[in-house]
Ligand binder design. Structure first.
Ligand SMILES: [Zn+2]
Length: 67
C-alpha cells in the first residue's frame, strides 16, 4: 500500500505519513474510500486536514460569533 510522506504531523501521535484507506466496493473492486489512515496511530481521518489539524481550543466560544 502506498504511503504518503508529508510536511505535516499527525495531531494524535506525530507521525508524518499516512495511507489511503482502501475498501472493497459492492462490485468486488478495491477502491479508496476517500479517508486516510495514520501510519503511526492507525486512526482513520476523513480528510488530510483532520489528520494534522490540532483539535479546536477548549476555550472556543461559538456564541462570540455575530448573529
Ligand atoms: Zn497518528
Amino acid at each position: 500500500m502506498a504511503t504518503y510522506k508529508t510536511i505535516y504531523k499527525c495531531r494524535e501521535c506525530g507521525a508524518t505519513s499516512y495511507q489511503q484507506v482502501i475498501d472493497r466496493a459492492p462490485s468486488g473492486a478495491l477502491k479508496p474510500t476517500g479517508q486516510y489512515r495514520c501510519t503511526g496511530c492507525r486512526n482513520i481521518f476523513a480528510t488530510i486536514r483532520a489528520w494534522w489539524e490540532p483539535r479546536r481550543a477548549p476555550d472556543f466560544q461559538p456564541s462570540s460569533f455575530p448573529g
